[in-house]
Write a protein that binds this ligand. Structure first.
Ligand code: HEC
Length: 456
């Protein structure tokens, strides 16, 4: 089995060529996996790069700072920094390539089908400024740029408690991504409400993402070998996301905070669960996490209003070896009105596309999400800018298309093998996780029961 990444393979080749040839990358023969759309973009790039030549570094620097630096900084999740002119100049050929084909900044949802917080899609004007700057030979001053201030260890101040893993994760230097569930016991001696959580991995470059949940039962600690992590791409059955909502972290994230009016709770004997997607970095690592907890002052009681409903494919998942298009379609009827606040599409490496929408009882189509270039490395929890209101009886439809042929650059197996449903790194999944809120005045307990049992 091997995990292929087209970008990792061709980028080092493209960069020097793009620099030398003044950016004309469209003549390069490309792996068949790169879509026609990317071809088109490249053709436009070479045609327009000269037309727009002349953009200055002063026009590009703010784009790099606001769109790239959250990950491309010395402590960030990306393998190199893009904070100074010298950095940007050195990487300019690749910057052009990966921005024009929208590999960077990573952002999967199609525009217009779901309006999300923190959308990382470059505007046409931003793309044009980058084309112009690189096309003009990436001019600018070679002097050291603004040196970014060292970020403080704990931007919110000293946490009330810092939890760590019982044992660090032993990550090999090379090889496939690692998917593991890390159980972190809450060490406090009294129940607490949390106003914020900060996650600090010892090496952010080794972490793609973390889905955080709370296991109030403490049962996961009865799993054999829990200290080494419970393998799997999804949380164990017992630890459903539940009432805390969808809590997602990646190295570009700030601290995590509950939604206004909600709070997260921990009590003695309970655990935090980090469902992690890790990657190798070239060096063997003992990866540790520090989890800073910030306690809230006591506030009026009142249960959380959200619930996470996991809508899973009904029936077996069987994807034949070599099959280039296996499509699974499902639907779910909302037993109660709800406001959808966030969505987490779940599929693994073989998916090509993921679509979800609702049909209201009056026949109106409401888009929840559309991803046409699925990439398991960059999937996130997507939070709506405004909750998506769906009346009782709305039908949620979701469709995933899988490609288990050699044409899929993300196919982990070469040659392809038959793939089944499961949570291992060679398995596939099909689920739509929705974080939803009851309408004001609804009894949340009954509402949640109805939602969850309809999703089963
Ligand atoms: C959310 C984090 C994040 C953001 C935001 C981001 N990057 Fe990246 N970038 C990464 C990571 C991580 C990698 C390493 C490749 C990988 O892990 O797949 C990378 C790789 C790259 C590469 C090398 C491509 C290769 O061949 O692997 C370039 C060039 C790049 N980024 C440019 C940019 C630019 C330009 C921006 C902003 C317009 C940007 N990135 C925004 C995380 C990010």
């Amino acid at each position: 089995m091997k995990k292929r990444s087209i970008w990792r393979e061709i980028a080092p080749v493209l960069a020097p060529i793009a620099l030398i040839s003044g950016v004309c990358i469209s003549e390069l023969s490309r792996p068949s996996a790169i879509t026609a759309a990317a071809e088109q973009v490249s053709a436009q790039v070479s045609a327009q790069a000269s037309a727009n030549a002349g953009a200055s570094y002063a026009q590009v620097a703010p784009i790099l700072e606001s769109r790239c630096a959250s990950c491309h900084n010395p402590q960030g999740g990306a393998p190199f920094s893009l904070l100074t002119y010298d950095d940007a100049k050195q990487w300019s050929g690749q910057i052009l390539e990966v921005t024009q084909n929208r590999y960077m900044p990573p952002w999967l949802p199609a525009p217009g089908k779901g309006d999300f917080v923190g959308e990382r899609r470059l505007s046409d004007a931003e793309l044009e400024a980058i084309r112009g700057w690189v096309g003009g030979g990436a001019p600018g001053s070679g002097e050291a740029g603004p040196t970014a201030p060292e970020p403080p260890e704990w931007p919110l101040g000293k946490p009330d408690a810092v939890l760590t893993l019982a044992e660090p994760v032993a990550l090999p230097g090379n090889g496939q991504d690692v998917f593991t569930n890390l159980v972190v016991p809450f060490a406090g001696d009294q129940a607490r409400r949390l106003r914020a959580i900060q996650i600090r991995p010892s090496d952010p470059q080794a972490v793609r993402s973390v889905l955080l949940s709370f296991d109030a039962s403490g049962r996961l600690r009865q799993t054999d070998g829990w200290k080494q992590g419970i393998a799997g791409m999804e949380p164990p059955e017992d630890a459903a996301a539940g009432a805390a909502g969808l809590i997602f972290w990646s190295p570009g994230s700030q601290e995590l905070k509950p939604r206004l009016g909600d709070s997260w709770r921990v009590k003695p004997g309970s655990d935090l669960l980090l469902t992690t997607h890790l990657k190798t970095t070239g060096k063997k690592l003992a990866l540790q996490f520090q989890i800073g907890l910030y306690y809230a002052a006591k506030t009026a009681a009142g249960g959380p209003r959200v619930s996470v409903v996991r809508l899973a494919h009904r029936g077996p998942i069987e994807i034949p070896a070599g099959a280039s298009s296996t499509t699974l379609e499902d639907s779910y009827t909302l037993p109660q009105s709800a406001a959808v606040t966030a969505v987490y599409p779940r599929a693994h490496f073989l998916a090509r596309s993921f679509e979800a929408y609702a049909m209201t009882p009056r026949g109106k189509q409401v888009w929840l999400l559309s991803i046409s270039k699925w990439d398991a490395d960059w999937v996130e929890v997507y939070r709506y800018r405004r909750p998506v209101l769906l009346p009782k009886g709305s039908v949620i439809h979701w469709t995933i298309s899988y490609d288990n042929s050699a044409e899929n650059p993300h196919n982990p197996s070469d040659p392809a093998v038959a793939v089944h449903g499961g949570t291992g790194p060679a398995d596939e999944t099909d689920a739509l996780l929705l974080e939803m809120e009851a309408a004001a005045g609804t009894n949340t307990v009954t509402w949640r029961k109805a939602m969850e049992s309809a999703g089963k």
